[in-house]
Design a binder for this molecule. Structure first.
Ligand code: SF4
Ligand code: SF4
Length: 368
C-alpha cells in the first residue's frame, strides 16, 4: 500500500479490535464494525463505502481513546482523498461548502443580508484580524466589536474576511486546499502583514501549520483587561480542532475562572463533536443530529446556566435544536455583545426559499 494510506496500513497491521473507539463514536457504533474491518472493506471496494467515508465527523475522539494511537479519523480522510482523486466522491449538498469558490453558503449569506466589512479594510498593515467564515457571517456585531478592541492594542490593523479552507481540507480536496492557501498567502503578502489574529480554533490550527506568518489567537492578542469579569455557573463545550493542543480550552477556562465551571461528562480532549464536523451532516444529517442531542443532554445534566463555546459553528449547531440551557460564544459573554443566533437557521433557509432563491441557487450551480 502506498505512503498516502499510512493510517489505513497501520489499522490493518495493528488494530487489536479492542472496540474502545466504537464505544465513543456514533458512526462506528452504527456501522457495527471494527476499524480494522472497515480498513479491509475500504481497501477491497472503496466505492461501496463512500457514504461511510463522508459520514465521519473528523472529530478525532477516536485518536484520543485508541490505546495504540491509531487513527480512524485519518484513515477516513485518506479515503476521502482517494475518492476525490478517482472522481467518485459523493458530493451532493457539499456544493454550498466549497469555500474556495466565489459563492458558498457564507458569501451568499453576507451578500443577501448586507453584511460587509469593507469600511474596516486597509491596503497596508502589520496585523490582520481574520474572523473566519462563521464569525464574519453569523456574528457581525461580535466581529466589529472584536476588531475595535484589537484596534486599541494593534495600531496597524486591517481585516481579512476569508476562509481558512478547513472545509476543503476536510472534504479531501487536498490540491484545491493548497492552491487556495497560496492565494491567501499572496493576499497577506500584498498587504504587508506579518501577523494574523484568528478568533476561531479551526482557522488558528489550520493556518498555523501552513501560512508562514505568525498566527495568534484572539485570547492572546487581547489583554485580559479587555474582558468583562463574569460570575455564574457555566459549562464549556470544547471544539474538536482544540482536542490535541487544548490551547483555546485552557485560555477560555482561565479567563472565565471567576465562574463556577461544571464540566460535562465528555470535555477537553474527550469532548464530543457538536455535529458540524467533517461536513458529515451533508451525507448523514440524522447522525449529525444525534451528536447535537447528545451534547445538549450532557450540558443539561450539568444544570449550568450557560453552555459556553469558543466556535461560532458550534454555537449555530447547538442552537439548531431547542434546549433549556443558554448557548453562548465566549466572546459574546466576555466582550458583552448580544448576538441573535436564533435567526441564523431561518435566514439560511430563506436563502433557498425566499425571493432571491433562484438567483442564489444559480450562483452556486454556475460555478460547479
Ligand atoms: S473522527 Fe469522530 S466520527 Fe470519525 S471515526 Fe473518529 S470518533 Fe468517529
Ligand atoms: S481503539 Fe484502536 S485498537 Fe481499539 S478497535 Fe479502535 S482503532 Fe482498533
Amino acid at each position: 500500500m502506498v505512503e498516502e494510506f499510512l493510517a489505513t496500513k497501520e489499522m490493518l497491521d495493528r488494530c487489536s479490535e479492542c472496540l474502545i473507539c466504537i464505544q465513543e463514536c456514533q458512526l462506528l457504533t452504527k456501522l457495527g464494525k471494527s476499524p480494522r474491518e472497515i480498513a479491509e472493506n475500504l481497501s477491497q471496494n472503496p466505492q461501496a463505502y463512500k457514504n461511510t467515508v463522508y459520514s465521519c465527523l473528523q472529530c478525532g475522539l477516536c485518536n484520543i481513546v485508541c490505546p495504540l494511537s491509531l487513527s480512524p479519523k485519518q484513515m477516513f480522510l485518506e479515503w476521502r482523498r482517494k475518492l476525490v482523486k478517482d472522481g467518485v466522491a459523493p458530493f451532493r449538498n457539499h456544493s454550498f461548502s466549497l469555500t474556495d469558490k466565489k459563492w458558498n453558503i457564507y458569501t451568499l449569506y453576507r451578500d443577501n443580508y448586507g453584511i460587509s466589512y469593507t469600511d474596516l479594510e486597509t491596503s497596508n498593515c502589520d496585523t490582520l484580524f481574520f474572523p473566519g467564515c462563521n464569525m464574519s457571517t453569523f456574528a457581525p456585531k461580535l466581529t466589529r466589536t472584536v476588531f475595535s478592541q484589537l484596534k486599541r492594542v494593534h495600531e496597524s490593523l486591517g481585516i481579512l474576511v476569508e476562509c481558512c479552507q478547513k472545509p476543503i481540507l476536510d472534504l479531501g480536496l487536498q490540491e484545491r486546499f493548497e492552491k487556495a492557501i497560496e492565494k491567501l498567502k499572496e493576499r497577506i503578502a500584498k498587504q504587508g502583514a506579518k501577523r494574523l489574529i484568528t478568533a476561531c480554533p479551526n482557522c488558528y490550527y489550520t493556518l498555523k501549520k501552513c501560512l508562514g506568518v505568525e498566527v495568534l489567537s484572539i485570547y492572546d492578542a487581547l489583554p485580559e483587561a479587555a474582558f468583562k469579569k463574569i460570575a455564574g455557573v457555566i459549562s464549556i463545550h470544547d471544539s474538536c480542532p482544540d482536542r490535541e493542543e487544548g490551547f483555546f480550552g485552557r485560555k477560555v477556562r482561565s479567563i472565565l475562572s471567576g465562574c463556577q465551571i461544571i464540566e460535562m461528562k465528555h470535555s477537553k480532549e474527550n469532548a464530543i463533536c457538536c455535529g458540524a464536523g467533517g461536513l458529515a451532516s451533508a451525507v448523514d444529517p440524522d447522525l449529525a443530529l444525534t451528536y447535537v442531542k447528545m451534547r445538549l443532554e450532557e450540558a443539561k445534566a450539568t444544570q449550568a446556566e450557560y453552555l459556553v463555546t469558543y466556535c461560532v459553528a458550534c454555537v449555530n449547531m447547538l442552537t439548531a435544536v431547542p434546549s433549556e440551557i443558554k448557548i453562548i460564544h465566549a466572546l459574546n459573554l466576555l466582550l458583552d455583545v448580544e448576538e441573535d443566533y436564533s435567526q441564523v437557521q431561518p435566514n439560511l433557509q430563506r436563502l433557498f426559499t425566499g425571493a432571491r432563491a433562484k438567483e442564489n441557487i444559480q450562483k452556486i450551480i454556475s460555478q460547479l
